[in-house]
Every structure is written in C-alpha cells, then in structure tokens.
Design a protein around this ligand. Structure first.
Ligand code: CO
Length: 199
C-alpha cells in the first residue's frame, strides 16, 4: 500500500503548491472550466496532455484512448466531442498521436493481444489500405512512424466527419481540427499540417 499512500502525499503537496502560486486557483476552477481546446490523445502514460503543452487544469479538455482513435460509433469519444464543441465551445480539437505508440505497433503484429485487437483493427485497416506505400519505408521503425502519422491523419478526418463537427460548421461556429504528433524521445510536438476548419 506504500505506493498508493505516496500518491496521496503527492496530491497534498501539489494542491498546496497550486494554492501558494494562486490562492484563488481552486476557487476559480470550481466555479467553471473554460477550456479552448479539446485534446484527443493516446492513453500511453508517457504522453501527459496538459504537461506537454504547458496548460493548467481547466485549460484543456481531454479524451484519451489507446492509439488516439475517433471511431464513429464510440459513444465515449463522441460524447466528449459533443460536450466540448456544443457546451464548452472549444475552438480547437487536437488529435495528438505519438511516435513509438504500442497500440500502432500491436496493430500490425500477427500475434494476439486479446480484446484490444478489435479496437486496434481500425489501425490495421489503415495499415492494410496503405500497405504498399508503407512497405516502401526504409525499415520497420520508419514504417511504424509513418503509420503513427497516417493514423492521426485518419482520425482528423473522422473527427471532421462527425455530425457534431459538421453541425458546428453549418452553424458558423469557429472550430478547427488539428493533427499533431509527439515524440517521446525528445518531448517535442510536431504539427502534421492536416488541419481542417476555418482559416
Ligand atoms: Co500510444
């Protein structure tokens, strides 16, 4: 139980530090959240959304799942997207994947990983649709890096094709969808240049 006790000690220290920096921090936060961004990222523990972009709690609305997928029938992701767009009125949706993604790697392997293979089947579909161009990459590492990028591009399109985003654009609401990738080797983000929405 030592580890879990440590988490509570960490929590007390963190809350104290936040209050020292801004005595009204939690008071303001409890009143409302006004994030301008929705982050759809991988569940990977090495990709902590707020930290990467230097934002505080309350500044980033976050949804994470394995391999940062936006699936048209995933009520969890769609509910987050709908709430973010229609209630919080975020201006940017950031689909952020990362190099070295275990989900992407597992999706192209022949061996079984259990239930998750059905979730990762969506990534395997992208792999199979682009097999020829992916196999022209030099080596397995380069192939997987490119597939990580392709997956993000596909999820940006998926997000843009949801009824939620379509309706927002039809109403004239300002909303952009972005595809970013994070490199766990140097902690740096890269914009894949596949943004859609208003200029
Ligand atoms: Co990942």
């Amino acid at each position: 139980m030592k580890t879990l006790k440590n988490l509570f000690i960490n929590n007390r220290r963190w809350a104290k530090q936040m209050t020292q920096e801004d005595p009204n921090f939690f008071k303001n936060l409890a009143r409302q959240q006004t994030p301008k961004y929705l982050w759809i990222g991988c569940a990977d523990s090495r990709v902590p959304a707020n930290d990467i972009v230097g934002l505080l709690p309350g500044e980033l609305f976050v949804h994470r799942n394995v391999a940062n997928l936006v699936i048209h029938t995933d009520m969890n992701c769609l509910s987050v997207l709908q709430f973010a767009v229609e209630v919080l009125k975020v201006e940017h949706v950031i689909v952020c994947g990362h190099y070295g993604c275990g989900g992407i790697k597992a999706a192209v392997e022949e061996k079984r990983h259990g239930l998750i293979d059905n979730w990762l089947r969506h990534v395997r579909d992208i792999y199979q649709r682009n097999e020829r161009s992916l196999k022209s990459e030099k080596g397995k590492v380069a192939l997987l890096r490119r597939l990580c990028e392709m997956n993000i591009e596909e999820q940006v399109v998926n997000a843009a094709n949801t009824t939620i985003v379509r309706d927002a654009w039809r109403r004239g609401q300002y909303l952009k969808i972005h595809g970013w990738i994070y490199d766990i080797h140097d902690g740096l983000l890269k914009d894949l240049g596949v943004s859609v929405g208003e200029k």
